[in-house]
Design a protein around this ligand. Sequence first.
Ligand SMILES: [Zn+2]
Ligand SMILES: [Zn+2]
Length: 244
Amino acid sequence: MTIPARWLRRILHAVFPMPCRLCGQALRDDPIPFFCRPCWSRITPIESPACPRCARPFPSPHALSHSPGHLCGDCRRRPPAYHLARTPFAYQSPLKEAIVLFKYHGKTQLALPLAQLIAGTGAPPADIDAILAVPLHPRRLREREFNQSLLLARHLGRRWNLPVPPSPLRRTRLTPPQTTLTRRERLKNLRRCFAVTAPAAIEGKTLLLVDDVFTTGATVNECAKTLRRAGAKAVYVCTLARMV
Ligand SMILES: [Zn+2]
Ligand SMILES: [Zn+2]
């Protein structure tokens, strides 16, 4: 007989109370690892109107009241290669701390609750054939030992009953963290940094590309471009958080 993880956690917490990583309160029967219920419940979706294409929030709450299809300046000037992006949460506390623990401190137990946050904001588009994750470069994957986006993608696939095939997308170049670069450097760095290794798996398919954080959108856009070039019919993007 195996003891469910949440029971084990409850027993462990009773013996060695663990503090919530945010407020320090001792965790007891809280369902989310590392966070107490009140802290976790502070993670709420972005509510302001947003660009219908890239989901960038508009500063004015009335931005879309006259023309609901109004795109942001970037999407009008350079339409993205993806069809639509969904970025439901802002990269802010307490979600930010959760993502840092998950991604940089190996707390993969957070993958499920984080995927549940995404799933809680609505179903995926009806015509999706498969879910893909933004790949890590093999060297980074060796260092981190897991691809955080793939863990999210697998939980979403299970929840939405959609396949997550072995990735037909590969990262061919190791790029420095996107946040340290200017826009121009970032775009230059990303050019041709993904390649499709299994074109048959994506040809004519409508794909949902999952990533953890949408910074400028350059990474998911480059992936979408590569997938479209290799014959994908359409690429939707879904990330957990967005830099705002
Ligand atoms: Zn707390
Ligand atoms: Zn836009």
